[in-house]
Design a protein around this ligand. Structure first.
Ligand code: SF4
Length: 326
């Protein structure tokens, strides 16, 4: 029997319970991430990407968040069946997460060396001395001189802080790294350096990566497979080469059409009309229907179901069902 995928999310539904009623943030999410691979998770703010990531980590604030149904299989075991103690050892040890703003992850009153050392001590059997040595090695790896281990976060630039966060995340060689917009808070030149660093370290540590981003350029460069998310649903999923070469869903096409090109003229840039819908007040049928330029009569009546349009290429659209779909 072949090994299960590293991460296999099945029919995940996450809601936020609000005073006015429940808001569905993630609806029927299905995703697979194979070992050593990188999956890009793309969508606008509010599409449900971060909620899904926090759900995987079991870090959703409950209440108001609630995982209503589904399974999150990690190495074949459902994370939703794990106790809080078990999750504490999985987090940081086997699954690590990098957040957008490094200051939300770093402790402002502890030195960076201590923060890396603490992570290593928590998740390994190394002695204190060896943990300190390994923490210094991690600083070297992310391009910060080990002599700076005694520095506090406020003594570092934004890019250096994010490097420390990466060092903490990779210190215990996690099998899965979830990076939530890891470079959005950084300058463009620093972004490129941090992305190169992540790419190199991911390969060196054989870590699988779930890369959350709204930046299609980063996803194209980084990811083996790509999932496009809209209003809590994956609307299109395929290998990155296939999805970028043959985008099918009207939302994905709209995203590609709104990226400026160096060679394109002024008239070539298109925008997606309208705004991302309010999750508490989604339109009937397909949630993209009010913004869709090819919507048909059935689009406002019934929600589409995901169909495999081509081998390994899935789309959530009534009008793009592939040749052999009902
Ligand atoms: Fe557009 Fe209809 Fe497809 Fe939704 S189901 S994306 S409204 S064509």
């Amino acid at each position: 029997m072949s090994d299960p995928p590293l991460l296999d999310i099945q029919d995940l539904v996450i809601r936020y319970e609000k005073r006015k009623g429940a808001v569905c943030a993630v609806e029927g999410l299905n995703l697979r991430l194979e070992r050593g691979k990188t999956l890009g998770f793309v969508g606008e703010t509010g599409a449900g990407k971060t909620t899904a990531a926090l759900g995987i980590m079991r870090l959703l604030p409950e209440p108001p968040g609630k995982i209503v149904s589904g399974r999150i299989l990690f190495n074949g075991e459902n994370l939703l069946d794990k106790s809080e103690d078990e999750m504490r050892s999985i987090r940081g040890g086997k699954i690590a997460m990098i957040f957008q703003d490094p200051m939300t992850s770093l402790n402002p009153v502890a030195t960076i060396g201590d923060q890396i050392t603490e992570m290593i001590s928590l998740h390994s059997d190394l002695s204190r001395r060896d943990s300190i040595r390994k923490a210094s090695d991690m600083l070297d790896l992310v391009g910060i001189r080990r002599e700076r281990a005694g520095d506090y976060p406020h003594q570092l630039s934004g890019g250096m802080k994010q490097r420390v966060v990466i060092a903490i995340a990779l210190a215990c060689s996690p099998e899965l790294l979830i990076a939530d917009e890891p470079t959005t808070a950084l300058d463009v030149t620093i972004q490129a350096q941090v992305l190169d660093l992540m790419k190199g370290l991911k390969e060196a540590f054989s870590t699988s990566l779930l890369m959350i981003s709204h930046d299609l350029g980063i996803v194209a460069e980084f990811c083996d497979d790509t999932a496009i998310m809209y209003a809590g649903r994956v609307v299109e999923y395929a290998s990155t080469a296939e999805l970028f070469g043959n985008p099918i869903h009207p939302y994905t096409r709209g995203l590609f059409g709104s990226i400026p090109s160096i060679t394109g003229g002024k008239g070539d840039l298109r925008t997606i009309p309208g705004l991302t819908p309010d999750a508490s007040n989604l339109p009937p049928g397909c949630p993209f229907q009010p913004r869709c330029d090819i919507a048909g009569p059935e689009c406002s009546k019934e929600a589409p179901r995901p169909t495999e349009v081509k081998f390994g290429h899935y789309c959530l659209c009534h009008l793009n069902r592939g040749e052999n779909q009902p």
